[in-house]
Structure formats: C-alpha cells, structure tokens
Design a protein around this ligand. Structure first.
Ligand code: NAD
Length: 252
C-alpha cells in the first residue's frame, strides 16, 4: 500500500538513494504518484530498473542509476548523470543506510565501523553538498536525510550506527544554515519499521514493548512526512527533525 497526501510535485525531479526497496521505495513511488520524475539509486542496477519501470508506468520519467553511497566518486557520477539527463534535482532523499548489529563495542571490527560511517554519514554528506550547491545555483530545493530514533536513544549493539545517524542529524542543522534560504534541509527519524532490516532483529517481541503504539511501522507510513518535507507545504521548515516512530523517544 502507498499512502499519499494531496501534494503536487508536478514538474519536480527527485533523487532517492536506497530507492529499490523498503522506505526508499515507498518514498520514490509516493513522489511519482504526486507528479514528480524520480531517479532511483542503489547498488544493484536491476533492482533500480524494476522500480523505474513502475514509475514510468505512472506516466513519470525515471532514471535507474547504480551507486555505492560510501564512495564519493560514484556519488559525484550519480549527480552528474541525473543533472545531465534532467538539468535539475529539486528533491534529494538521502535514504540508503545500513544498521548491522554488533556483538559488543569491544568486538566491533574496524572495517565494519568504517563501512557504517561511510554509508550512513560520509556518503550522504557528499551527496547533500553536491546537490545543494546545484540547487543554490538553480531554483532551490529540498533535501531530506533519513536518520533514526536510534541516534536519540542509542542502545548496545548499534552504537556505531547510532553515532553515524547522530552525525547526520548534526549535518542537517549545519547544512540548513549553510544553504538557506534557497535550499531546505531536514531530517526524518524513523522508529522501527518492518522492512528487510527487521529480519535481523533478534527479539522482535521485546522491541515491541518499547513502542508506545505497540506495533512496528509499515513502510508506507514514512510517506506522509516525506511528502510534507519534499513539497511547498513545508516552505518555512528547515533544520527540523521529524520523528516517525509510534511514540519512541523523539528529538528534543
Ligand atoms: P532496507 O534495507 O529495506 O533498504 C535499504 C536500501 O538502501 C536498499 O535499497 C539498499 O539497496 C540501499 N543500500 C544499502 N546500502 C547501500 C549502499 N552502500 N549503497 C547504495 N545503496 C545502499 O532499509 P530500510 O529499512 O528501508 O531503511 C532505509 C533508511 O531508513 C536507512 O537509512 C535506515 O538506516 C533508516 N531507518 C530504518 C529503520 C527501520 O526500522 N527500517 C529505522 C530507523 C532508520
């Protein structure tokens, strides 16, 4: 199911990383339903192509571009590709991310630590910077960083992940100031959503007890916040962090 608000994104172009599945897929489809052309990126081209075909079936333009978000050169090529085809990016969603569970802080391996920081923070930093610079030179735009409520309430097992997302939160506030007034930069902080990531949770019943609303989010439930931040409905909102977590501790 894809949720939707009465939001008009006609004539806008969007780039969604990690748009092949999970929350990114829902946001990409919702933007297309609202009238936007949508570029979909993740590591596997065939997975992006499948989503792009669905978007084209809605009557929108779509691009499928493979890129590893931890690699700045691939991100630069991604931006060049979308700009080369469409001449503009109005909406960027820094969504791709990874959240491996680690046995303990002491047992965390350096390579995995570096990868988590690269995918969740280093890459989104580069992509936001490159896209924002072009937005400033053009008609402006909206950048949405997908963080996590884990950054607000870190728990053992995901501390490097929580730190990478806390860095993303700080990046949002800094870039909101750097690129205002033409570019708005905001964060969405999901709680626990039943995407592929959930398959790695060792104690789902225990996790449910920590959610006041008593259930995990369905992937389509991220869409309302994304459409709000992508559209002119949020024209005076920048540097914000919107929690979508069923009542889990929120940014304050
Ligand atoms: P998912 O695993 O279902 O999808 C992740 C997407 O990112 C996929 O398209 C995948 O191909 C892509 N991706 C992963 N690593 C990549 C890389 N190195 N380069 C390019 N693409 C890559 O995950 P999801 O649950 O949809 O999560 C989306 C975002 O939401 C992530 O940033 C995640 O940290 C965040 N988040 C999710 C939850 C949750 O409970 N699902 C909670 C908090 C935050």
């Amino acid at each position: 199911m894809t949720a939707s608000l009465r939001v008009d994104l006609s004539g806008r172009t969007a780039l969604v990383t990690g748009g092949s599945r999970g929350l990114g897929l829902q946001m990409a489809l919702a933007f297309a339903h609202a009238g936007a052309d949508v570029a979909v990126s993740s590591r596997k081209l065939y997975a992006c192509e499948a989503v792009a075909a669905d978007i084209r079936a809605l009557g929108r333009r779509s691009l499928a571009v493979a890129a590893h978000v931890g690699d700045w050169a691939q991100l630069d090529a991604l931006v060049e590709r979308v700009h080369g085809e469409w001449g503009r990016i109005d909406i960027l969603v820094n969504n791709a991310g990874m959240s491996p569970v680690q046995p303990s802080s002491a047992a965390t391996e350096e390579a995995l630590f570096d990868k988590v920081l690269a995918v969740n923070f280093k890459g989104p930093f580069r992509l936001a910077a490159q896209v924002a610079q072009r937005m400033v030179q053009g008609d402006g735009g909206s950048i949405i960083n997908i963080s996590s409520l884990g950054a607000i309430s870190p728990v053992p097992g995901i501390i490097p992940y929580a730190c990478s997302k806390a860095a993303l939160n700080a990046m949002t506030i800094g870039m909101a100031k750097e690129f205002a007034p033409k570019v708005r930069v905001n964060t969405i902080s999901p709680g626990m959503f039943a995407t592929d990531i959930a398959q790695h949770w060792s104690d789902p019943q225990g996790l449910l007890q920590g959610i006041p609303m008593g259930r995990f989010g369905s992937p389509h439930e991220i869409v309302g916040a994304a459409l709000y931040l992508a559209s002119d409905a949020s024209s005076y909102t920048t540097g914000a962090n919107i929690a979508v977590g069923g009542g889990i501790d929120s940014p304050r």
